[in-house]
Design a protein around this ligand. Sequence first.
Ligand code: PLP
Length: 287
Amino acid sequence: MPRQSYVNGRYVPHASAAVHIEDRGYQFADGVYEVIAVAGGAIVDEGPHMERLFRSLAEMKMTAPASAASMHVILHEVMRRCRVRDGAVYLQISRGVAPRNHAWPADIKPAMVVTARPIAWPRNFAEVRAIEILAVPDQRWGRPDIKTVALLPNALARMQADAAGAADAWMVDEDGMVTEGTSANAWIVTEAGELITRQLSRAILAGVTRRAILEFAGANMLAITERAFSLEEAKAAREAFQTSTTALVKPIKKIDETVIGDGQPGPVTAKVFEAYLAYLTSFGGGN
Ligand SMILES: Cc1ncc(COP(=O)(O)O)c(C=O)c1O
């Protein structure tokens, strides 16, 4: 079966899946999305993803085109049709189609698309390569806590990192404090072995991976403080890493020209990775 995607009530061949040119997602970046991991045929952290999606919709004054229960059925059907047992599902809801005008009509119908793709999850920390980070100014709008498809500043920062030979960029606010990666939350480990990640606010996305790590911190004897940290503090940290649904827990060996710790993935990052991988694989029954 060729790859299929969901578009507004239909399952269609991925290659010809399309929305209208006057969809506001296309013209105004007027839409929200979620990227959700699939492990062993199971959807990982579906509840927190749905909770964040419905919050994003509410903040955008959009109505959900389907209930969370219907979305569950659609996600599974796309996974089945694409034969994805390990991978990610992408769900996007845009405000819908209307003649181009900044104001939208009251009766506009939201558009929903779902795609799935396979990912081979790493089996252990030894398979994970540390990455380099470029620090850039955070040039996003005032609400990065809403997961909108308006990702142009993130994409530009990511390409700037690429041109500098780095794998990602960490965005830095006007006070010199790190906000987050272009598609990941930022973490450092202090000399005392304490984990630091920025507290939730309108400045960052409430990552679902971040949330899971905070939840199982106690059981894994990890000391975590949620507070902002400066780029300077990050460069002087013993370890640094970033977290996201598709990249899990990624060790960082260099920020700009500064080598982090001894330039090797550190023991605290390893512990977080192992705990997160165990959590991820537990959804599919541990296979
Ligand atoms: C800007 C940004 N921050 C953080 C994250 C990490 O969030 P999650 O762990 O839910 O994937 C993402 C994920 O796409 C993101 O785009």
